[in-house]
Each structure stands twice: as structure tokens, then as C-alpha cells.
Design a protein around this ligand. Sequence first.
Ligand SMILES: [Fe+2]
Ligand SMILES: [Fe+2]
Length: 342
Amino acid sequence: MRRVPAARGPLSTGVLELVTAGPPDGTARPAAAGDGDPWGEDHQLALHLCYELHDRGLPGVDPGWEWDPGLLGLRRALERPFLAAVRAATGPVPPLAELVDGLLTAPGEGGPSGYLLAEGERWQAREYLVHRSVYHLKEADPQLWLLPRIHGPAQAVLMAVTYDEYGAGRPERAHALLFARMMADLGLEASYGHYLDAVPAPALAAVNLMTLFGLHRSLRGAAVGQFAAIEITSPPGAARLAAALERLGAGPDGTLFYREHIEADAVHEQLVRRGVIDELTAAEPELAQDIAFGLAASATVDDRFAAHLLDHWRAGRSSLRSPLPDGPGRSGRPSGVRPSGV
Ligand SMILES: [Fe+2]
Ligand SMILES: [Fe+2]
């Protein structure tokens, strides 16, 4: 059964204490004082909890908290430094066309998918799915916030792409469900939110950024950019991950999600570039800079996530906050030694 996660510091403690105490009465004034690190565990979990109230809700929590003014004030106080940190880490953003061309030709082999294909072990592949489950078990909900914020041809094409993400009229082909089937094939629990306590800040930050962009009309260009980054970079990474999982013993269900994305996102990449970006920038040229920022910011959070994974894996350590049963334990048990029954 889904539970609220454990707090990771004063900010997430404050959010959890507030929303689990009962329905909102409009008087809540949660403190926004954390450790000052917008990339940190406490900050990212607190933001994730605020966003879940707009999304799936939190187990046992009154849905009225979604629009509680005090909690919204805290959410804004968390969003501002996070967005500023993303902008600072991203630096100057190149022109949109240059960024898109760069993504199309970037091999991406040095990232987690390349690592898993070349030398990854099964426990590392399982960890990768746990991290990604925070997004893929609700794919593409964060992008749907964008749909009523753009209009004309770009909206119609974005609708067509997201229709595919939900199975194109076949519920059993919804990408979130394919991801759940893949998790089950790899021996993981596939229910929503099951691994949240184990997922560290770099993985939460990537998903929080999607929701941040999606929920703010002022950031709709950036939301388009982040969506485009996913679709454009997905096919080669998906091909590497499908091959890696097959090598590591996944069955047909265990590669279906990534196999689906090799083909689907080759089409989506074209649609997003021609039908969404080109159409939107023709209709609203002033959005080009924000779209470029979304593309670049997406790379910023993905690079941080990738560095987190590879730093831990290369050191023989789990990249999760608490290792899976077959991962290296806190005692430093070497990787590759798998307890029986896993
Ligand atoms: Fe998808
Ligand atoms: Fe897609």
C-alpha cells in the first residue's frame, strides 16, 4: 500500500506534518527555512510532495491541501531558488536551432544507458528503473499541463504525441503501464510511489523540473523545450537500454517499454520539431528563447542525474538512498554478488 515518504529535513518535515494533520483550515503558514541547498534531498522532496498534491495526491492526505494558500506560498518559496539554481547551472543558452541540432547528433553513449549496455550489472539496471519510475509510472502527466497553454497547430500536434504516450486508444499500450510491466519483469514492485523513499534528489529534480515548467504558464516555452528534449534524445538511449536489459536477462516484458520508444520517439522527434517547435515559434517567436532554455535545463538536470548514477556505480556503491536487496550494501559488499532468491 502506498505510504507517505519519510521526511529528509525541516522542509519536508514541515510539509508532511501539515498535510497529515487533517484537512486545511486556511491558517497554515509553513516555514520555508531549509538548509539552503535547492538541489538537496530535503528541498527536492518537499517540492515533490507539494507537486504530488496537484497530481496523484498523497495517501491519506486531504486533497484540499492542493490549493491551500499557505502551502502554495511554501511551494513558491521552494520553486524560486530551484529555478534560479537550474538557470545558474545551465548558464548562457545557445540559440534554439543550434541546441536542437546538437541534440540530434549527440550520441549520449557516455551516460547511464551507455554504461548499462557496456558494463552494467543487473542490480544497476534495476536501480535505473527505480529512479526513472518516479516519472515513467506517470508518463506523460507532467507534460499534459502544457496542452491548454499553447494553441493552434502546435497544440494539435502535441495532443497527437501525448495520445501515443497513453497508448493511442489501447490502454494496455500506455507507456506508464509498459514501464510497470518492465519493472515487474525485473523483479521490482511496480506500484506508484513504492520506491520514493529510496529515490535521491538528483532523480527527483528531473521530475520536479517537468512539473515546475508544466504548472506555470509563464514557463510554457520551457515546458515545450523539456518535452522536446525527451522526445529527441529518447530513441538512441532507448535502443541502448533495451539491448542492455536483454543482455542482463530481461524477458520480452522487460524490454517492451524501451523497444516501444525506439520507434515511437523516432516519429515523435519529427512531430515535436516540425509540428510543435517550428509551429509554435512561427506563431509566437518570443517563446523561442524559453524553449531553448527548457531544452538546455533538461540537459542540466539529466547530466546531474547521470553523474550521480555513474559516480556511485563506478565506486561500486548503490545510487539509491537505500539499496535494493541485490545491490551493494552499506557494508560495501562488492557488486555482482547476489543473494539467493533475488
Ligand atoms: Fe513514452
Ligand atoms: Fe514519446
